[in-house]
Design a protein around this ligand. Structure first.
Ligand code: UDP
Length: 241
């Protein structure tokens, strides 16, 4: 455990991270890979909280674009995150990791309700704690839920797992000449409109001095390396060092 720089982390997984190579839903192989990644620091006693998105199943904005009421569509998006959370919990438990799902929307038969003090107790007892249903409010994203929960549980860092190995000055998929930042300030993320996290989440981290890191979860061992303080991905800092 002393090898680790961070001892309590909030990991944000996008819904896409569960999709693997498919274009919808949950890929069981991807769940297995995630479980292997997470088990290494889990076994060493790192306290791991997770917020998972729902974009692999349903996004409120897409529903609104096709004519649905936005708040109603967002409720569907939040329910999608619950399905992802249950899938992760099932996989983690099969790999011998204790895990609790806490939902921001009450659904007692399916998951515990979110209570901050109970969440930190779960973490202290070595249970991976998954925060489902985002913030419980429409018009928000799971990035914002991740920033909010990271602050609430006193996480030392918010790690955002994506399919890109850090933050670039432009989209590296469409611009091969894009340059990667090793570190960048919150202010730069906001003013350059880098779309790595939504502005609400970035501002919340900035205002509450919550460090943030972005890396590619598809690189084997990257989560463990990040927790050990090794230079991976991009770190978002308050001021340029
Ligand atoms: N959502 C919401 N409030 C929240 C979090 C999420 O209404 O606090 C809804 C919203 O419709 C969003 C969907 O849940 O599109 C899935 O979340 P998100 O898009 O953040 O997932 P990700 O992109 O990380 O897969």
């Amino acid at each position: 455990m002393s090898d680790y720089k961070y001892h309590r982390v909030l990991l944000k997984l996008s819904g896409e991270a569960l999709m693997g190579s498919s274009d919808y839903g949950i890929d069981p192989q991807m769940l297995e890979r995630l479980a292997h990644e997470i088990k290494v620091p889990y076994d060493k006693g790192v306290q791991i909280a997770i917020v998972v998105g729902g974009g692999n199943i349903f996004r409120g904005l897409a529903g609104a674009a096709s004519g649905m009421d936005r708040a109603q569509a967002d409720c569907m998006g939040m329910l999608a995150t619950v399905m992802n959370s249950l899938a992760l919990q099932d996989c983690f438990e099969r790999h011998g990791m204790m895990c609790r799902v806490m939902s921001a929307i009450e659904m007692h038969e399916v998951a515990e309700g979110y209570i901050r003090r109970r969440a930190t107790r779960h973490l202290e007892k070595g249970r991976i704690t998954i925060f489902a249903a985002g913030t419980g409010n429409p018009y928000f994203t799971t990035d914002t839920a991740a920033a909010l929960r990271a602050c609430e549980i006193d996480a030392e860092i918010l790690m955002k797992a994506t399919k890109v190995d850090g933050i670039y000055d432009m989209d590296p998929v469409t611009h091969p000449e894009a340059t990667k930042f090793d570190s960048i300030t919150y202010l730069d993320v906001l003013t350059r409109d880098l779309k790595v996290m939504d502005a609400t989440a970035t501002a919340l981290c900035h205002d509450n001095h919550m460090p943030m890191m972005v890396f590619n979860i598809e690189q084997p061992g990257v989560f463990d390396k990040a927790l050990r303080g090794e230079p991976v991905g991009t770190t978002v800092v308050e001021e340029e060092c």
